[in-house]
Design a protein around this ligand. Structure first.
Ligand SMILES: *Cc1c(COP(=O)(O)O)cnc(C)c1O
Length: 343
């Protein structure tokens, strides 16, 4: 891979904004460099633009060097930055699977970049070769998502590795749901593949969707590019503090994941027995995709019962499917009871 060739010229030439906190970040007593208000501590101060303390904590947790970590306002930020860094609007394209997470398409549309979609197989598996065949000279990035949203299945790791080794652009593997799956993250393999970008998030297993913290892992050269493009203070102090605090609760997170996975497996077994349910697809995530007679009607019925699920019945390969997030044991029971009342 030639990173210089992948980069847009304007980004190659970009002089990033240099903030007061970038220019001086050591110990001092009097800070009169950033036009901050001296009152209302600690909220008067700009946050650390490089999130050093938080990155050190995540580095320990993930067993990876801090220079290989980018933190964003959710995973959505690194997704957008990838387009802005590498894809020339109206010229370059990206390749992805279909169906998958909607933000790749939205970020592409915002940046006026073509998305070439390769349909998954009927069993929601994918073939690396088909994705490689869909790429051309203008393809800068291939996005895959494993476990995939909304199909809930892990993609075959050996196929993902074929993609990474067979493509001379960047491969993004979105692992938002990896904590719920029996398969390991690709993170330990990161150093073997200079073109690999792994996305993870605190929004799902860690239960912190509200504080907006997404992570991208890649080689330092790629992280350096992301840092040049991002807003200087993209992670606010409240988020940095809360993440530092809650990342200490690793055991609690693992307990939640265990409960959610147990509840998921129970939900699969019980929904399967309902007469109007046609398929409960196997799940490696914290949600299940369920095919049923009159999915839209059932969606509307559940809404009347004040239970909201996601209607995916118009999505490619998901005809008549609802996507159901696994909630608390009490919430899950409520859903099953409401569905049973339909019989
Ligand atoms: C939920 C989800 C994310 C997380 O996005 P955040 O912006 O970090 O909350 C990322 N990728 C996929 C596929 C998701 O479903």
């Amino acid at each position: 891979m030639n990173l210089d060739k992948l980069l847009r010229n304007n980004i190659k030439a970009l002089n990033p904004y240099s903030s007061a906190r970038d220019e001086f970040s050591g110990e001092a007593e009097v800070f009169l460099d950033a036009n901050e208000n001296p009152f209302n501590a600690p909220y008067n101060r700009y946050p650390d633009p490089q999130q050093k303390e938080l990155k050190i904590k995540i580095a320990e947790l993930k067993n990876i060097a801090p220079e290989k970590i980018f933190l964003g306002n959710g995973s959505d930020e690194p997704i957008d930055i990838i387009f802005r860094a590498f894809c020339e609007p109206g010229v370059d394209n990206v390749v992805t699977i279909e169906p998958t997470y909607g933000m790749y398409q939205v970020a592409a549309d915002v940046n006026n970049v073509e998305v070439r979609k390769v349909k998954l197989n009927e069993d929601f598996g994918f073939s690396a070769q088909k994705l490689l065949d869909a790429a051309n000279l203008y393809t800068k990035v291939i996005f895959v998502c494993s476990p995939n949203n909304p199909t809930a299945n892990l993609l075959d790791n050996s196929e993902i590795l074929k993609l990474i080794t067979g493509f001379d652009g960047l491969v993004v593997v979105d692992e938002a749901y990896i904590d719920f799956s029996p398969e390991n993250s690709l993170l330990p393999e990161l150093d073997k593949y200079e073109n690999l970008i792994i996305l993870q998030t605190l929004s799902k297993a860690w239960g912190m969707a509200g504080i907006r913290l997404g992570m991208a892992f890649a080689q330092p050269e790629i992280i350096h590019i992301f840092n040049k493009i991002k807003y200087p203070y993209n992670i606010n102090i409240l988020t940095q503090q809360k993440a530092l605090e809650l990342l200490d609760h690793l055991q609690e997170k693992e307990e939640w994941v265990k409960i959610i996975v147990e509840e998921r497996d129970k939900m699969v077994k019980k929904l399967f027995k309902l007469p109007f349910v046609q398929v409960v697809y196997p799940s490696d995530a914290n949600f299940i995709l369920v095919k049923m007679h009159d999915a839209r009607g059932i969606y509307e019925y559940l809404t009347e019962q004040k239970i909201i699920v996601r209607d995916r019945s118009k999505v490619t390969l998901c005809v008549d499917c609802l996507r159901i997030t696994i909630g608390s044991p009490k919430e899950n029971k409520k859903l099953r009871k409401a569905l049973k009342n339909l019989i």
